[in-house]
Structure formats: C-alpha cells, structure tokens
Design a protein around this ligand. Structure first.
Ligand code: 0X9
Ligand code: ZN
Ligand code: ZN
Length: 417
C-alpha cells in the first residue's frame, strides 16, 4: 500500500511540473496562397520561434501547403496580428494548448496502472512488457536490444507460436517522443494478438506462421521527458558536442541519404540528423537488431503521428522504389481496410511526395537493407488535436490501424517466397 501511495505521489508531482506550462499557447493552421505569403511563414519561423508541428515546414513551405505551428502565449497576439495584416488565411486549431492537454486525460485521478485505453508512462509500459510476456509464455517473449542514452533498457517483444524457419515482421513505435498515440498502438497490437490468438482466424494464422517483433517505444528517454518536462519534445535526449541544445531526431539518424535533404545539421533544430548515421544509441540498437535478423525480417513497420498517412520509400529521394506498384497497391488496400471501420481517410504514397522529402529515416534504411515491405504509419488525426489526441480516441484509432497492419502482414505472409 505504501509503495502504491508513493507511486501515485510521484505521478502527481511530475504531472504538476507541467501544470500550466502551455497556458495561453496557441496552435495555428495556415495555408499560404502565394510566394509572398510563404515568406511571411518563413519570417515567423526565423523571428518568432514558432514550433512547426510538421517538422521542417519552415524550409519546405510552398504555396497551398497546409502548415500547423505552435506559438508561445506572449507571442500569440503578435503572430495573429501579423497573419491578419498580411492576409494569410489562418485558423486557430487549438486556442489554449493547456486546456487541450488537460482534456487528453479522461480521468483526473491518475494512478499508475496499465490501461490500453489510456496513455501509459514509461514505467508502466516497461512493467507491462514483463507482465504480458510472463502471462503468455507460449506466445510472447521479451528481450533487451540495447540501452538508451540515459541508460534505460530497450525492451523488444517477440510474438508468435514457435516453429521452424519462421519469417518475421518488425514493428516499432515511439520514435518521436510527443507522438503518444504511437506507443499506445504497439501495446494495443500486442494485446490483440494475445487475446485473439485461437479465436480470430487471421490473427491465428499470422502468429502460427510469422513472428512479430514489437518495439513499444524506441525513443524512451524522449518519451519520459514528454511526461516530466515538455509534452512537445520530439528528439532523443543525448548531449551534443559544442552545443547546449539537446537531442537528435531519430528519424533523421539512419544511413539512408543521411542528412542530404529535409534534415538539419544544427543541433538546436527539431530535425537534427545527429553527428553521424546511427550516432544515437537507440537508432544503433534498432539498426543492429535488424542487420542481425535480415534473413528473417520480411517487413518493417514504423508508427508515427499525426496526419493519417501510409508512407513507403523513398523519402530521401524522389526516385521510386523498384516494387513501387506493389507497395502502392498494398498501401491502397490497407488504407481501404483501415477506413472500413470508422471511415477514417488515409492518404498514401512515397514519403518524398506524400509528405515531404526527408533523409535518414528508418523506413528508407530498412528498405535499402533489402526489406521490400517497409511502411511508415502516421496515425490520427489531421490536426484538430494533433499530438494531443484525446484518450477517448485511442481505442478507435488502434482498432482501425490494426486492420491495416493485419492486411499488410497477411499480404507479406502470402508473398513470402
Ligand atoms: O518526418 C518524419 O520523421 C515523419 N513524420 S513526423 O511528423 N511523425 O515526424 C515522416 C517519416 C517519413 N519517412 C521518412 N522521412 N523517411
Ligand atoms: Zn534473435
Ligand atoms: Zn514522428
């Protein structure tokens, strides 16, 4: 009982740290209509320290492109004035970010018990990985693929009935710290697997014939930081030599056209590519694991948010992948499956054109390792809540995403040889 009280106390304290930190902050959406208005956006980026929610919008912005950004409370009137005066079409997506943040949790009294329909902190997720493996020994096993910069073990769950020569699908979540719906999906997927094995025929076949490697959170240090200090943190938490700015964008840190486009060489930027490919312990651990399992891993799935997109290579070049037609039709069918539940509309295509060119991503890297089925999910929503997706949307988001993942897995299973 005492231990439980201490846990509750710690959660309350860390929640308190962030109390009101975002009070009065606004999130704007603008769609510049011409080059002149594009320049206004670039001006905001360089002079008003706005935080773009689709990273690198500052450098990639072009006419007719939708751009969402967050503004500090004391700057929000100035920014709004500037938008009004310059005639840039804009909408206030979130009027008070703090209120939206408070609304993302349904229940006020939060205790650190695990729930698939809540956002779980890292401590809770870590304990859950141990429990789910212990409770399903014939289906789930847990290993550690490395340690994060701050020394946390990176847990990987392997799911599947044991059998000879099984191929595998690798899926990770939690690359970007603030994209909380992503780890929630990895947990949901594991739950569905253990609960529907032996009941749902597709899931049963998948687990009998394939293994799934599920990494629930890649960027654990960043994820912890979003719970304790800054809900809007994106990068890892590693120190950068010669800079006081912290962190590298893990999805710019892979050796796939590394830092050539849509990535920054400046440690203070949200898309900092790091000092070298795989400079981060977390990305190195992931890349090492995949390299060691290349003979079995047939598909790579990485889960982000938000925008409702299903992306595939390439993002570091406009060049199309060799099996473009195949990937495109898989993405089309998977999006259709996803929409069948709640009519959630996804856009799909190669990253470079469907979202923006950005090098150093894990999807492109895995593809170039020879993993021909490589996809990035950008889950709900399209900006109404953005990263602050309310907990009430966890279940529907995960249910619909599961349909797409099962579709892809089943396709891969049917095209193994
Ligand atoms: O920019 C990213 O890393 C992803 N979008 S996010 O808003 N979640 O940050 C998209 C990744 C697409 N793939 C590559 N750029 N390789
Ligand atoms: Zn192994
Ligand atoms: Zn992301």
């Amino acid at each position: 009982m005492w231990a439980l009280l201490v846990l509750i106390g710690a959660a309350a304290v860390s929640a308190h740290l962030q109390d009101l930190a975002f009070d009065g902050q606004k999130v704007f959406r603008v769609i510049p209509q011409n080059d002149e208005q594009v320049e206004i956006i670039s001006f905001l980026a360089s002079n008003m320290q706005v935080d773009f929610w689709q990273p690198d919008s500052a450098t990639l912005v072009r006419p007719k492109m939708q751009v969402d950004f967050r503004v500090e409370a004391d700057k929000s009137f100035e920014v709004e004035d500037l938008l009004k005066e310059s005639g840039v079409e804009y909408r206030v997506l979130i009027d008070n970010l703090q209120a939206a943040l408070d609304a993302q949790f349904d229940s006020k009294a939060r205790i650190a018990t695990h729930s698939y329909e809540k956002y779980n902190n890292w401590e809770t997720i870590a304990a859950w990985t141990a429990n789910i493996a212990a409770q399903n020994p014939d289906l789930v096993s847990r290993s550690v693929i490395g340690k994060t910069y701050e020394g946390r073990p990176m847990y990987l769950l392997k799911m599947g009935k044991s059998g000879p020569n099984k191929k595998a699908i690798f899926m990770d979540c939690g690359f970007h710290a603030r994209e909380w719906i992503s780890p929630a999906f990895c947990q949901w997927f594991v739950k569905e697997a253990v609960e529907t094995y032996g009941k749902d025929s597709v899931m049963t076949t998948l687990l009998n014939r394939l293994d799934f490697y599920v990494l629930p959170v890649l960027n654990i240090d960043g994820y912890v930081y979003t719970w304790t200090n800054d809900r809007m943190w994106r990068k890892t938490r590693s120190k950068n030599a010669g800079s006081s700015c912290i962190g590298t964008d893990p999805n710019r840190n892979f050796n796939a056209g590394w830092c050539t486009i849509g990535a920054s060489k400046k440690p203070c930027d949200p898309t900092y590519c790091g000092s070298a490919p795989e400079s981060e312990r977390e990305t190195k651990a992931l890349a090492d694991f995949i390299r060691e399992h290349l003979s079995t891993v047939k598909a790579y799935l990485t889960v982000h948010s938000y925008s409702q997109l299903l992306l595939f290579p390439y993002s570091y070049t406009y060049k199309l992948p060799l099996n473009y037609e195949e990937l495109n039709s898989i993405a089309r069918a998977a999006s259709k499956e996803l929409a069948s539940l709640y009519n959630t509309k996804y856009t799909y295509g190669p990253g470079a054109t469907a979202i923006y060119p950005a090098a150093g991503g894990s999807d492109d890297w895995a593809y170039d390792q020879g993993i021909k089925y490589s996809f990035t999910f950008e889950l709900r929503d399209t900006g109404r809540y953005g990263f602050i997706l309310p907990e009430s949307q966890i279940k529907p988001t995960c249910e619909e995403t599961l349909l797409a993942v099962k579709y892809i897995a089943n396709y891969v299973l049917e095209h193994l040889y």
